[in-house]
Design a protein around this ligand. Structure first.
Ligand SMILES: [Fe+2]
Ligand SMILES: [Fe+2]
Length: 216
């Protein structure tokens, strides 16, 4: 029986969602599918200030990935069409890679992941579930708009990272490629193109996230 035709009870769903939340939020609990691109780059020494800055940026990207996991989980809970889930399944798998790669890099830089992650997970889960409830088109449109936002951050971080931090940059470069593809996939699957005011509101919200997570 395929996963799309199997009927899950509410209890199954709850257990599955709790399991996914723990996998995302507990450091070291998620498993990557592709090895980190950082492994192919040479290690260059960073001074304390540079390492702290790089860890702060990678912490923002890690929290972004925590939000992505929650968003997909929330959506999967309420999405009507199984095709929508299937279309986004590969994207969701790639997000796990991003999550793990960022976490590994933060560790190497001597930092830790954000203490605010459970809060952002909860918020994103709620938004994802709500968007899925409204319609699949809105839900997919939300993914596309979020990915565009993420791509902007990634590009900014690429230039803001210390020049010699090739390992972090390699991670961000692969993420940038993947996220741009996720945005296209979501739109191709029927995602609604969000109007500018909605995108601006999302930018404002993401500023609050990045400012707080860089430090905490
Ligand atoms: Fe991602
Ligand atoms: Fe993505």
């Amino acid at each position: 029986m395929s996963s799309s035709t199997r009927h899950y009870s509410l209890f199954d769903q709850l257990i599955h969602n709790a399991d996914q939340a723990l996998r995302t939020l507990v450091p070291g609990a998620a498993q990557e599918y592709r090895p980190s691109p950082a492994q192919q780059r040479d290690h260059h020494e960073l001074n304390e200030t540079e390492a702290r800055h790089a860890a702060g940026l990678m912490r923002i990207n890690h929290t972004g990935e925590v939000c992505a996991q929650a968003l997909y989980q929330g959506q999967a809970l309420t999405a009507r069409l199984p095709e929508v889930r299937e279309a986004m399944e590969e994207a969701a798998r790639e997000e796990v890679d991003h999550l793990v790669w960022c976490e590994q890099r933060i560790k190497e830089l001597g930092g830790r992941t954000s203490l605010l992650n459970p809060l952002f997970y909860g918020l994103s889960f709620g938004i994802g579930a709500l968007a899925g409830k409204i319609s699949d088109r809105v839900s997919l449109g939300f993914v596309a708009a979020t990915e565009e936002q993420v791509c902007k951050h990634l590009s900014q971080h690429m230039t803001s990272l210390p020049v010699q931090d090739e390992k972090s940059k390699a991670v961000l470069l692969q993420m940038l490629e993947d996220e741009a593809r996720h945005a296209t996939t979501a739109l191709d699957a029927g995602g609604h193109k969000f109007p500018l005011p909605v995108k601006l509101a999302m930018t404002a919200v993401s500023k609050v996230m990045t400012k707080s997570v860089y430090r905490v």
